[in-house]
Ligand binder design. Structure first.
Ligand SMILES: [Cu+2]
Length: 344
């Protein structure tokens, strides 16, 4: 996924260095972009890479992930630890590294401190990073190489000796939505998301409710009423899926072109992210849903590279989901949405 980058500086830079001074210890060299904070930067940034970060900061989400090699030459992210307000929620995630990687569920207004480690030892000189879309951050949390960000290679080298890189995300008002994150530094400055290093951030709205369709009318339903979240990545030849159970919050990787299951009458939410290079036309045959930001029903959605689409529906019957783009259809990009009988 090639990215367009917008660089936020200023207020969040101050926030970054003052509210989270400990975080800057990982940076090697000098920050040439933050002149205002140069005196502070000199003191903080000169510390060696890989120094243990002091626990003193205030991010609601404390996240540590590692990238690892898995079967078939794939690379994948694994959740090592996730604490929310000090509560350990790591058991929600797969114990293995998965494709797609862990889905990080946030709410507008949250702050995140995410540390990445690199367990891919086959290339000792190659960084792995986490570059995220949708949320706000300073240039030092962009997760790209210096050739792009002009300041620093913002990733982790292989984990000999505990090297890592830490990002700060500001999940500011207005960032609600479904966003991809992915590596940007392995092998090339385009990263290695085509080998599995990608995952999803879901930012739930601060209002606590989302627009939903029951097939004929539009309503607002509580996020808490959603029984399942399905995350579907659209590659060039397959969907890669995972799901989150609404009650237990347990995340389950579903593999390629997965069968999605729901009980009739349940609210379920689809999150589609296009990571390939082609235009996709998503259909959930027989269903209509609300085009986000509008009050319009749609029965298909064109999703180009890097684009996202999320919608909530009431499960009212089994259907196939399909990429109706002709060549993608020929590749077999389809799967089933199996709805068992329940309280309609
Ligand atoms: Cu991207």
């Amino acid at each position: 996924m090639k990215c367009q980058h917008s660089y936020a500086t200023g207020i969040f830079a101050a926030f970054d260095l003052l509210q989270y001074p400990s975080i800057a210890k990982k940076f090697r060299g000098f920050c040439i972009g933050l002149k205002t904070w140069s005196a502070l930067s000199l003191a903080i940034f000169f510390l060696p890479a890989g120094e243990t970060i002091a626990a003193k900061d205030h991010a609601k989400h404390q996240i540590e992930m590692i990238a690892e090699e898995i079967e078939d030459g794939l690379l994948a992210y694994r959740m090592v630890e996730h604490h929310v307000d000090g509560v350990n929620i790591t058991s929600r995630y797969s114990k293995q590294a998965t494709v797609p990687g862990p889905t990080i569920v946030l709410t507008e207004g949250d702050k995140v401190r995410l540390t990445i480690r690199n367990g891919v030892t086959l290339r000792p000189d190659q960084q792995i990073s986490v570059h995220v879309h949708g949320v706000h951050y300073t240039i030092l949390s962009d997760g790209t190489l210096k050739i792009i960000n002009k300041i620093e290679d913002e990733g982790a080298y292989p984990d000999h000796g505990g090297r890592f890189y830490t990002y700060l995300w500001d999940v500011a008002p207005g960032t609600a939505g479904t966003w991809p994150y992915h590596d940007h530094n392995f092998e090339t400055h385009n990263g290695s998301e085509d080998r599995g290093l990608f995952g999803t951030v879901i930012v739930n709205p601060a209002s606590g409710s989302v627009t939903a369709s029951n097939g004929s009318s539009i309503s607002s339903v509580p996020v808490k009423s959603i029984k399942k979240d399905y995350v579907l990545y659209l590659g060039d030849d397959a969907f890669w899926g995972m799901e989150i159970d609404g009650a237990s919050k347990q995340q389950t990787p579903l593999g390629v072109n997965p069968v999605l299951t729901a009980k009739g009458g349940d609210n379920v939410r689809f999150h589609l992210i296009a990571m390939g290079t082609y235009l996709n036309r998503f259909q959930l045959e027989g269903y209509q849903w609300v085009d986000p930001g509008t009050a319009t029903f749609i029965r298909m959605k064109d999703i180009g590279p890097l684009e996202n689409h999320a919608f909530t529906i009431k499960a009212i019957g089994s259907a196939n989901y399909i990429n109706a783009n002709f060549s993608r259809k020929l590749m077999g990009m389809r799967g089933s949405f199996n709805v068992t009988s329940g309280a309609h």
